[in-house]
Design a protein around this ligand. Sequence first.
Ligand code: PEP
Ligand code: MG
Length: 576
Amino acid sequence: MTDMTESANLASGAETGTASQDTTIVYGTPVVPGVAWAPAAWTHRPPLPPATAPEVPDNEREDEVTRFEAATQAVADGLFDRASRAEGHASEVLGVTASLATDKAWKKETVRAIRRGIPAIQATMAATEKFVALFEKAGGLMAERTTDLRDVRDRAIAHLQGQPEPGIPVVDHPVVLLADDLSPADTAGLNPAHYVAIATEVGGPTSHTSIIARQLGIPCIVAARELSTIPEGAPVLLDAHAGSLTLGVPEAEARTAVEDDARRVALIREWRGPGRTADGVPQQLLANVQDGATAEAGAAGQAEGVGLFRTELLFLGTPTEPDVQTQAAAYEPVFAAFPHSKVVVRTLDAGSDKPVPFATLSEEFNPALGVRGIRTTGHNPELLPRQLDAIAEAATRQSGTDVWVMAPMVSTIPEAEWFVDLVHDRGLKAGIMIEVPSAVILIDQFLDIVDFVSIGTNDLTQYTMAADRMSPHLAEYTDPWQPAVLALINRTAQAGVRLGKPVGICGEAAADPLLAAAMTGMGVTSLSMATNAIPAVGAQLSQVTRAQCEAAAAAIVGSRDAGDARARARKTLGVD
Ligand code: PEP
Ligand code: MG
């Protein structure tokens, strides 16, 4: 979630379009909220050279290898240099892209092809596509790196052709930047004063490009499939709350939209917790944390407690299982940051995109559907009891903290029964995450067993829509506003109300202010999110009554698609 103080822009350079009745609206997936109005500026990657070219004579092949080595070195040097001058995520991402330019396997593949007589340019293209296919097959985070690798390819080809590296065109006035896809290296160099918003045809909410846009506070939508219908230079209104890009908005209307957004930003800046609706109905706003430092940041912010402590993130690089005392020492700082509040600890969600060396099976054909979360106990049944001992030990040391413990990826009743007994034996509250549709189908039975549930909307969306949450191509499916996902959240929340058990939300959906309000209306009892997302959610809740939240919940359940659901929520919550 961005710092919204930087996300509203009224581009002074926008020409007034003829105030036409005809508007064209292109929808995408919002990733960085905000509203901006400016002329559209397209950036296109240069066309690739032909895939084949005459063979390089034997005696020139080593020179061709040298040219290739020099080109990749120049790309890496340029990117490392920019990384050293950038900050935060931008610096990290540039560093990662730079290391792709020096990747041994990719270079070896290219050099081997050059030594077979393929010119350096074509060899680079072929090797890149081979690795892109491998990355895509691996899925998850690897699949998201294909844009980075193709960017390195294009830069290397430019050097081989004696051309400048491709990049974003330089502009001297504010524009809304449009692209089929943007490389992270391009995004990292954007000046938010000139590039006031971004829309891309592909890309996903967790891609490097989105992460950097978020850091820069540039309103951004991705996966806008019809983007190519927007002509160069036309003034467009990008509304990254609604996920829309509109052509033909009269200037006065566009200015009002941008000014309204600026007011919303001010409201967020001034908001102070605890969470409650305009008519004073409390809604617990909690932080998602991964260690003592992020918990302290939550406590220093507006978090009322922790709704999701992702313990596996402490051990991603740990080769062997830490003993109980070592684990307890790692958990205790999180409890210490909230000495009198609730902390919901999630047991290791090892596997898939979060491999924990001592808990994860190394070879799986389809890891997202494989041995992850509570399923890792199948081949290592003592791992979970030992983690629970450590959590209980840390809880004893910080006795004022209200420690709740939940298991990820629970899909069967026996799993829940086994887990709940283990947690209750240690005197702690026991719950499960609702991430697999089977848990919603049997929600009444699960709620009979557990003390609470927390809906992991990221995985619940992935498994409901059968769409890899990390895929850059599936953003419209991995959208928690999908009506099928909303129906499952609603069903779970309503079951919680009926059976008197807390139902929290701890996936990214909790950080979406409109969805947070609608889920409040469904009856969820807490919303947990990245600490810096809390003010925007709190500010939104402070503007609407409980009855409006309930009306939004009723309106969005039964909508026909994600765009329709968003529009209905905006209407009932009075955001339009
Ligand atoms: C979720 O799936 O929504 C969730 C909170 O868990 P994670 O994102 O860590 O898989
Ligand atoms: Mg999950």
